[in-house]
Write a new protein. Structure first.
Length: 290
C-alpha cells in the first residue's frame, strides 16, 4: 500500500518551484528588455546616421561650386555693336567674371551715339519668343546701320516648365558657350533658339538637338559641344539669374527682373506690345530723341 503523500513537504516544494520559475521569468524578461533597448538605441543611431548622410548628400548635390563666367559677358550679358560702313555685327570682347566675382556693368557713357537696347530673356519663355520673333529683323537692321547696341542677358527662371529637363539653364549655358568661343555668332544663335523653342510643359530639347541648332546657326567651334554637354557655365547661369532677380538692373531705372522678357531702351523699360514691331520701333525712336 502506497503511503499517502506528505502534504506539507509537497506544498513547500511547489512554492519553491513556483518562486524559481517566477525568478527565471523575471530575469528572462529583464534580459529581453535590455536587448530591445540596445537594438532600439542602435537602430536610432543608424537611422540618424542615414538621415544625416542623406541631408549632407542633398546639400552637396545642390551646391554648385563657383566657377568663372564666359568670356565676353563681364556684364552678365553680351553686348553687340554694328559697323555702319561694313554692316558687320560684332560682340564686345571682355574678360570673364572670375570665380565668385561680380559682373561689371557696361559703360554706357561710351555709347552716347547709339540707342542702347538691353533684354533679359529665358529661352523657354513664350513671351520672349514673341518679342524676339517680332523684332529680330528690325533689331538686326538697326545693328548693321550702327544705330543701336543690343545687350542680351540669358537667364533661367523656367526650368520647371520642361518636365525635369531644365532646358532654361541648359540653353542659357549653351548661349554662354557660344559667347565664350564664337561671340560674333551669338545673335544668330539667339534667333535660332527661339525658332526652335520647345513648348512649355514638354520635355526640353536634348544636348544633341541644342548642339545641332548652334552649329546650324554658324557657331561651329569644336570646343562648343563639350562645353554644352558638361554644362561648363551652369553655376554662372545660376548666379546671373539670381543677380537679375535680386538686384537693380544696371544702367536703368528697373529695380529687378520680375518677368521675361525685360526690355530696356536707354535705361527705360519697354512695356508695350510684344507682338507689334511698330510699337517697339516707336518706343525706340522716342528714347533716341529724348
Amino acid at each position: 500500500m502506497t503511503p499517502p503523500p506528505d502534504n506539507g513537504q509537497s506544498k513547500r516544494n511547489r512554492r519553491d518551484e513556483a518562486r524559481e520559475k517566477a525568478r527565471l521569468a523575471r530575469e528572462a524578461a529583464a534580459r529581453k528588455k535590455r536587448r530591445n533597448r540596445v537594438f532600439a538605441i542602435g537602430g536610432s543611431i543608424v537611422a540618424a546616421v542615414v538621415v544625416v548622410g542623406l541631408v549632407i548628400w542633398g546639400i552637396s548635390a545642390n551646391i554648385q561650386p563657383a566657377g568663372p563666367g564666359p568670356k565676353n559677358m563681364a556684364s552678365d550679358g553680351l553686348l553687340l555693336q554694328g559697323n555702319a560702313k561694313t554692316g558687320a555685327i560684332t560682340a564686345t570682347k571682355t574678360d570673364p567674371i572670375k570665380a565668385g566675382g561680380k559682373p561689371t556693368a557696361t559703360d554706357d557713357s561710351k555709347l552716347t551715339k547709339t540707342v542702347n537696347i538691353t533684354v533679359y530673356l529665358d529661352y523657354q519663355c513664350p513671351y520672349c519668343d514673341e518679342f524676339e520673333t517680332t523684332n529680330a529683323s528690325q533689331i538686326k537692321t538697326w545693328l548693321k546701320s550702327g544705330a543701336v547696341t543690343y545687350e542680351i542677358h540669358p537667364i533661367a527662371i523656367l526650368d520647371a516648365s520642361s518636365l525635369g529637363n531644365k532646358y532654361s539653364t541648359r540653353a542659357a549655358n549653351a548661349a554662354a558657350c557660344v559667347a565664350n568661343y564664337e561671340p560674333n555668332e551669338f545673335l544668330a544663335v539667339n534667333t535660332a533658339f527661339f525658332a526652335n523653342q520647345p513648348q512649355e510643359q514638354t520635355n526640353g530639347r536634348t544636348d544633341a538637338q541644342i548642339i545641332k541648332t548652334v552649329q546650324k546657326a554658324g557657331a561651329t567651334s569644336s570646343k562648343i559641344p563639350s562645353c554644352i554637354t558638361s554644362q561648363k557655365f551652369k553655376s554662372w547661369v545660376g548666379d546671373a539669374t539670381n543677380r537679375a532677380l535680386d538686384d537693380k538692373l544696371p544702367n536703368s531705372s528697373v529695380s529687378k527682373v520680375t518677368g521675361t522678357p525685360t526690355v530696356i531702351v536707354n535705361g527705360k523699360q519697354y512695356s508695350g506690345s510684344l507682338t507689334s514691331a511698330a510699337d517697339f520701333k516707336s518706343f525706340v525712336t522716342s528714347q533716341a530723341s529724348s
